[in-house]
Design a protein around this ligand. Structure first.
Ligand SMILES: Cc1cc2nc3c(=O)[nH]c(=O)nc-3n(C[C@H](O)[C@H](O)[C@H](O)COP(=O)(O)OP(=O)(O)OC[C@H]3O[C@@H](n4cnc5c(N)ncnc54)[C@H](O)[C@@H]3O)c2cc1C
Length: 495
């Protein structure tokens, strides 16, 4: 199998460990996250090293294993997204059952296989035809990489440099590409939240804006785990970030930063990979990534809101960018575009199309800037979007189109249809089992998640919640949030 070529190549994806300061690349798994991480990873192969932290041979082996993990895991990986390198500490009692299931009888013991085969599974020495293979000899980095190369028909070397996407298929007109963006939307959400905490950006004057955006995320984020994580933060917000009236001086900023309790929250859950971008991965360092992911998040929200929520969602997005996007020029320009809207939006269509136009205005400006400064990504030049290859029906007939004047006649009904499909259904293709939208299902999920994540007891809503959510998810969230705050002392009221 050669996974390093062709359109099947899965691009970089990994998880940076929370405690990455020690420079480890292999990901520590344990009983609580083993199945989730292996279910979610887009890498087609995983290596699991079962070890014991007290075992001297394992300690000596660690640098060898890490040399290989460096090639496949982390933001600077040479061959990203192909193999997820992980380890499980069998000396930790919580992992006993997990290690038993894989019949671990010596340390270190390595297994190879498709990640999904490990989920809920196991391995036994007499097992025939298992897709999980023990790696009999991987005792040095060289030998382990040789084993991998044989398995994949590849020729990876330990000295391979950082992957620069030189082989990346940059087919931006392939509609299937957007399915990968679900990971980027999750990563962008987590990154945005980290930036807010790192930069101590929750202040009395920005707090309401964050709460509103969290409400929007809880109701309409395309990823279930981000909806749940945002709900956790939202309902506990007053505890996590006590309001300024209760605090003096800089205390609020400190408690609402990553040093405070809120720093322990992961807005999209613990398993969300960091440092990888799939759809938004640039061909050079420092291009695309977060800002691309943020756009995709905004578009994906805009096609999910109901008509009645459209103006609130619009304002919420505008305020969020204004208060929390650390690119000064970007946030200023964007806010000017926001301020130029004089009539409140009544339809979700208006918001989605406004955002699409705003993004194209930015693209138009950057086409010129990047050409003169040479700062763009050569593989992803800015363009007015969507290109014809992606949506030919979005363009009115050629006779009406005068692209020479940089003016395109759009069929906006078709553009809206396209946006809804692209950032709606297509985006969550990889999650199709449980992320289908429409038919009241989203609302039901939101309701269930909220009840679960708020522990429900202090929210006197129960079934009424589901009805309220079904009628207006966004409004219901505001309601839940307020009810929750009322149960607190001292009472607070936010708009
Ligand atoms: C709110 C905001 C404002 C910004 N303002 C500036 C600025 O003023 N100056 C600056 O230098 N940079 C700005 N940026 C960054 C810039 O827009 C790009 O995000 C960055 O240069 C990376 O570009 P990219 O090639 O990944 O594509 P991006 O522009 O980030 O787009 C991401 C993806 O969205 C899709 N897309 C493109 N256009 C549209 C559209 N009109 N509607 C829907 N989908 C579309 C494409 O598939 C594209 O790959 C801003 C970013 C954001 C989120």
């Amino acid at each position: 199998v050669s996974v390093s070529s062709g359109s099947q190549r899965v691009i970089l994806r990994s998880i940076i460990k929370e405690n990455n300061q020690d420079g480890d690349f292999a990901i520590d798994l344990n009983t609580t996250n083993f199945d989730t991480v292996l279910k979610e990873t887009p890498a087609p192969y995983v290596i699991v090293e079962f070890f014991a932290h007290w075992c001297p041979a394992c300690r000596n082996y660690k640098p060898q294993y890490e040399k290989v993990a460096r090639l496949f895991n982390g933001a600077d990986a040479s061959h990203p997204g192909i193999i997820l390198m992980t380890r499980v500490d069998c000396a930790s009692t919580i992992n006993s059952n997990l290690c038993d299931k894989f019949s671990v009888d010596h340390y270190p013991m390595l297994f190879w296989g498709p990640p999904k085969k490990f989920v809920g599974g196991g391995w036994g020495p007499n097992q025939e035809k298992s897709e999980i293979l023990p790696i009999e000899n991987g005792r040095t980095a060289d030998v382990l990489l040789g084993w991998i190369n044989k398995q994949l028909g590849s020729s990876y070397g330990l000295d391979d440099g950082k992957y620069e996407n030189e082989h990346l298929q940059t087919n931006t007109s392939d509609p299937g590409q957007i399915a990968k963006a679900i990971y980027d939307v999750e990563e962008a959400t987590s990154t945005a939240f980290s930036i807010i905490l790192d930069h101590k950006m929750i202040k009395p004057e920005t707090r309401a804006s964050l709460i509103k955006f969290l409400q929007l995320l809880v109701a309409h984020h395309p990823s279930r785990r981000c909806r749940k994580g945002s709900a956790d933060v939202l309902v506990n917000f007053d505890d996590l970030c006590p309001s300024s009236t209760m605090l003096v001086n800089n205390e609020e900023a400190e408690s609402c930063s990553k040093k405070g309790a809120i720093g322990n929250y992961q807005i999209c859950g613990k398993e969300v990979p960091r440092g990888y971008w799939m759809y938004c991965r640039g061909s050079k360092n420092d291009t695309r990534g977060f800002s691309c992911g943020l756009w995709v998040l905004l578009h994906s929200l805009s096609v999910r809101v109901e008509d009645g929520e459209s103006n609130m969602a619009f304002r919420s997005a505008c305020d969020f960018i204004h208060n929390f996007f650390v690119c000064e020029e970007c946030r200023q320009h964007f806010y000017e575009m926001c301020l130029s809207v004089s009539t409140p939006f009544k339809k979700a269509r208006d918001f989605a199309l406004w955002l699409w136009r705003a993004h194209n205005q930015v693209n138009k400006r950057l086409i010129k800037e990047e050409a003169s400064l040479g700062t763009g990504d050569p593989e992803f030049p800015k363009a007015i979007w969507p290109p014809k290859q992606l949506c030919s029906s979005c363009y009115l007939s050629p006779s009406k189109t005068s692209e020479e004047n940089n003016k395109i006649d759009w069929d906006e009904d078709e553009v809206f249809k396209f946006l809804v499909s692209y950032y709606g259904k297509e985006l969550v293709t990889l999650y199709k089992d449980n992320e289908q939208q429409g038919g009241g299902k989203t609302e039901k999920i939101v309701a269930e998640e909220l009840v679960a994540s708020t522990n429900a007891v202090v929210v006197p809503v129960g079934a009424a919640l589901a009805i309220a959510v079904a009628s207006c998810a966004f409004g219901a969230l505001a309601y839940i949030w307020r009810s929750r705050q009322k149960n607190r002392k001292p009472r607070r009221s936010w708009n």
